[in-house]
Write a protein that binds this ligand. Structure first.
Ligand SMILES: [Ca+2]
Ligand SMILES: [Ca+2]
Ligand SMILES: [Ca+2]
Length: 143
């Protein structure tokens, strides 16, 4: 496996902004010099460790999936609808047509919902696929 190909700082900021408690967990593991900050170097090291350890990576994907579903699924029924995604994508300033197009990519079996199983595959793809057209690379909207 190679280094994360995504701007890791973006992901770090994503968690920072939306998930303070998860940031605290991350800090506990990644802040190797214990100065209460996670530097870019520490973040790269942390990311590399995860991506090179299959077991850790699998757990990371499962945890990330749970957090993402929890974050997007505002009505908490376990299914991510276009409406659920709209709230999330609005934070990125996407227009309505873009939101629908992206949702269609993410709903890989086209049943109108993005389920946790679909998110799990998408998150895995997000980290591993080098293809910018892979559905997983749209999971946080466009970059
Ligand atoms: Ca540090
Ligand atoms: Ca829902
Ligand atoms: Ca689906």
């Amino acid at each position: 496996m190679t280094l994360l190909h995504r701007p890791s700082l973006f992901i770090l900021l994503f968690w920072l902004r939306y998930c303070q408690k998860h940031w605290n967990e991350l800090k506990k593991i990644a802040d190797s010099d214990g100065n209460d900050e996670v530097s870019l170097d520490e973040w790269y090291k942390y990311s590399e460790n995860i991506i090179n350890d299959q077991k850790q990576f699998d757990q990371y994907v499962i945890d990330s999936t749970s957090r993402l579903v929890e974050l997007i699924d505002s009505d908490n029924d376990g299914k991510l609808t276009l409406e659920n995604y709209k709230r999330f994508f609005t934070a990125y300033g996407l227009g309505a047509s873009e939101e629908e197009a992206i949702f269609k990519k993410l709903d890989t079996n086209g049943d109108g919902f993005v389920t946790k199983d679909e998110v799990l595959k998408l998150v895995r793809e997000f980290y591993l696929s080098q293809d910018e057209n892979s559905p997983g690379n749209w999971i946080l909207g466009k970059f």
